[in-house]
Design a protein around this ligand. Structure first.
Ligand code: ADP
Ligand code: MG
Length: 348
């Protein structure tokens, strides 16, 4: 029997867990490296290594155990990924990671492809905001390390600039868009350049955290096609290998704007687990482990709801219908706003 492929996964959260589950179905072994000793992925992977990233011994153990390395979140220091890359291939390439973890580089990259984003400028001081009042009402976002709305401040006017802000980080100021809708496209690109993609997914956020995703997205054909052709263009330009998610805003007058790129499977793509023949996680494993391309087939329309914080306690007691699929991430503490699980409902 041929030796099974061993996939290294950096990060032990719910995305890592769902990736490990998909890998198992494809007979790919998983080794998770996590700096959280309670990382829920330890319950879903084959080997779990708890380590602070700077621990060289543990890193050696990790790279010696795996054939190829991927990651579940983009905010990993690029130097660390490059260090791993000396031993084992890291996919998607750390070069992409560098772009996706820096809003300025990301928006510049997208804009240079002729694809629209919100209007934005780089901000280093309160003075820079004053010089760019045309972008108010706007959102000040830390240039790096943001997720689920963290590191973001809404500025309706100059009065909202707090006196004690010291601008030690780099920021961008983005014009606040009157959002008609938000959608995402999840696309997989294989090393031979073949691509598979899902139809656009419609997303509803509450308090900047994804609340609900659904297919079909209620959008016109032009936006449908443009959202996919942009995603193809972006992944081709990046010579991407793996699953990439493009988050979009649809502004008034049906203007399609790229919000951000996630060099990975995405929360909005969780409904692909039940609504398609192959999930986003299965496609990612197939891309990075070079298992060959997979044509995607839709099984059903669907809605997905995130389960946050203590809501999980109710769900754990619930009985589900045949078309309802409940996922419990088995996290220890149901902290407020923390993603604890999700529910997918298949619809006709
Ligand atoms: P994160 O990295 O935290 O996901 P995003 O930039 O995607 O940051 O922002 C999170 C959410 O906040 C978006 O999905 C959207 O609902 C809202 N948001 C962000 N930027 C804007 C904007 N410029 N105009 C209107 N809404 C925005
Ligand atoms: Mg986002």
């Amino acid at each position: 029997m041929s030796k099974s492929i061993r996939l290294g996964v950096i990060g032990g959260g719910q995305l890592g867990s769902l990736l490990c589950t998909a890998a198992k179905q494809l007979k790919v072994e998983t080794v998770v490296l996590s700096d959280d000793k309670d990382g829920p992925a330890q319950k879903f992977c084959d080997h779990f290594i708890y380590s602070k990233y700077e621990d060289n011994e543990k890193l050696k153990e990790f790279t010696s155990k795996v054939d190829v390395v991927t990651y579940e979140f983009e905010n990993i220091p690029v130097d660390f990924l490059n260090l791993i890359q000396r031993e084992k291939k890291v996919l998607p390439s750390p070069k992409i990671n560098k772009i996706a973890q820096n809003r300025k580089l990301e928006k510049t990259f997208v804009n240079e492809l002729g694809i629209k984003t919100t209007d934005w400028v780089s901000i280093k001081s309160a003075q820079d905001i004053k010089k760019n009042q045309h972008l108010l009402p706007g959102i000040l976002k830390s240039n790096t390390l943001g997720y689920d709305g963290k590191g973001q401040f809404v500025l309706n006017s100059l009065d909202d600039i707090k006196k004690d802000w010291c601008f030690t980080n780099d920021y961008i100021l983005e014009k606040k868009v009157d959002l008609k809708k938000e959608i995402s496209v999840v696309i997989a690109r294989y090393s031979d350049g073949t691509m598979s993609f899902y139809e656009p997914i419609e997303n509803v956020h509450k308090n900047q955290i994804l609340f609900k995703s659904k297919i079909p997205a209620d959008i016109n054909d032009k936006i449908f096609d443009k959202a996919i052709s942009n995603a193809k263009k972006i992944s081709e330009k990046l010579n991407y290998v793996g699953v990439l998610t493009v988050e979009y805003f649809i502004a008034e007058k049906d203007e399609l704007l790229v919000n951000e790129l996630a060099p990975r499977f995405h929360n909005s793509g969780h409904l692909t687990i039940d609504a398609f023949n192959h999930s986003q996680f299965s496609l990612h494993v197939s891309c990075v482990c070079n298992l060959g391309s997979k044509p995607i087939g839709k099984i059903s329309n669907a809605e997905m709801y995130n389960i946050l914080g203590s809501e999980i306690l109710e769900y754990r007691k619930k009985k589900f219908k045949k078309n309802e699929f409940f996922y419990d991430y088995l996290k220890k503490e149901p902290r407020d706003g923390r993603k604890m699980g999700h529910l997918t409902i298949l619809k006709d």
